[in-house]
Design a protein around this ligand. Structure first.
Ligand SMILES: [Zn+2]
Length: 418
């Protein structure tokens, strides 16, 4: 079908152009004056370094995205998606095996194209700015492990979905949704216990002033914390972070060793107060619910679209087989990518609102000032951008900018009477 074929090309091209325009807009906004409230984040020398880092990253992203776009466009125009299936169907495999092999080939090919970029990013850019701590050996081991995990988990999930698709007809989207819900609950519950230990060591935080302060705050905030772990993030990068994982009895606080090294004790407690805020305000469940809702909409629309033979033709497949799970999935992913971007605007907006709420939770427990100095330190240590373009923030940021957060925290402090 000719018109659908051109619609696909238009979508792929428009998304790429919008993406690149936003990147360029953001890059051009880089020379802006630093707002007064942020004047103490960087020294002049360090700010110069930050600007260089910004340019290096932007150039890298531009090149990476352009190449991926060109490959996708050429492959699509040549009918590569359909031809690959045509070729595989010549082996007369079972449809499930065909789907798996199909995705394995596409996955492997895109992995091979991305690998040089990943190497360049780690060993050239991150290395140049002193972030990288990974070695070639560790990089290779990580690559093998993550490929195996993708193969097992991604392959398993796809097989299950393909199986339901071929056997359950109209019930597919509901049963598929049930699979996705169970999968995301399991993934959340097991992430810290199963996946993280494959890559990092997690050890309980030693008894001492920090643990005492964290426990004291947890009790005060009505959120007792008994499991605090330290993860050896310094093994790969000097960049710092902290997060909560799991829920119910399995929930745990995880601090990067790099965070402990760089922040004062009250600042660490303030960052944790923010994380506890996410829990207390139910953000974990809100995120999970919106994820499920999104999956439900996508699965339903996918099951409707998969009945169309026109999508198969537009992808370059002219055989008699119908429906074809993997081709329908690729057609769907391409066709709905604009809708996905629009949904992304909503979820990013929602996420930024939740960040303000979590900050407000920390400030309402008198941790506002410490949170501000802690966030400033994190920004400086990670060489983060102080003046992103507002449109870029609107589309791509899951967190408000540092300036927005500081202004909001200070406003709240005033409302609470200091
Ligand atoms: Zn947060």
């Amino acid at each position: 079908m000719i018109s659908l074929y051109f619609l696909f090309i238009a979508i792929i091209t428009t998304i790429f152009l919008v993406d690149i325009t936003l990147d360029l807009l953001n890059m051009s906004h880089r020379g802006k004056d630093i707002p007064q409230q942020l004047s103490d984040v960087y020294s002049p020398e360090k700010y110069y370094l930050q600007q260089q880092y910004e340019v290096d990253n932007a150039r890298f992203a531009l090149f990476h995205k352009s190449l991926m776009f060109a490959v996708l466009l050429v492959f699509f125009i040549a009918g590569g998606f359909g031809r690959l299936h045509q070729w595989l169907s010549g082996f007369f495999l079972n449809p499930l095996i065909t789907a798996l092999v199909y995705f394995a080939i596409i996955g492997l090919a895109s992995g091979i194209i991305s690998l040089p970029f990943s190497i360049w990013n780690t060993f050239v850019i991150e290395e140049k700015y002193g972030f990288n701590k990974s070695t070639v050996k560790l990089f290779i081991i990580d690559l093998i492990k993550s490929s195996l995990i993708t193969l097992i988990i991604g392959g398993g999930l796809l097989t299950l979905l393909a199986c339901l698709f071929y056997r359950t007809g109209d019930w597919f989207w509901i049963l598929g949704l049930a699979v996705m819900v169970v999968f995301s609950l399991l993934a959340n519950a097991l992430y810290s216990r199963v996946i993280v230990p494959l890559f990092n060591k997690q050890e309980p935080l030693e008894d001492g002033a920090l643990l005492e302060a964290i426990k004291k705050f947890g009790n005060l905030a009505g959120f007792p914390v008994d499991k605090v772990y330290v993860i050896d993030g310094s093994k790969r990068s000097t960049k710092a972070n902290a997060y909560f994982a799991g829920y119910g009895k399995n929930r745990r606080v995880v601090l990067y060793d790099t965070l402990i090294e760089k922040m004062s004790e009250p600042e660490i407690v303030a960052v944790l107060a923010h994380e506890i805020g996410h829990y207390r305000k139910g953000h974990i469940w809100i995120n999970m619910f919106t994820g499920i809702l999104q999956a439900a909409i996508f699965l339903y629309l996918f099951s409707v679209l998969s009945a169309s033979t026109e999508v198969l033709l537009a992808l370059g497949y002219s055989g008699n087989e119908h429906p074809v799970f993997h081709l329908a999935l690729i057609g769907f992913a391409l066709l709905f990518s604009p809708a996905e971007r629009i949904l992304g605007l909503l979820t990013h907006g929602m996420s930024r609102m939740m960040e303000y709420r979590a900050d407000a939770f920390a400030s309402s427990h008198d941790m506002g000032e410490e949170l501000i100095t802690g966030l400033k330190k994190l920004t400086a240590e990670n060489l983060s951008n102080l003046t992103p373009h507002p449109l870029y923030v609107f589309v791509n940021y899951s967190h408000p900018t540092l300036l927005q957060r500081i202004n909001r925290i200070k406003g709240i402090d005033k409302k609470c009477g200091g």
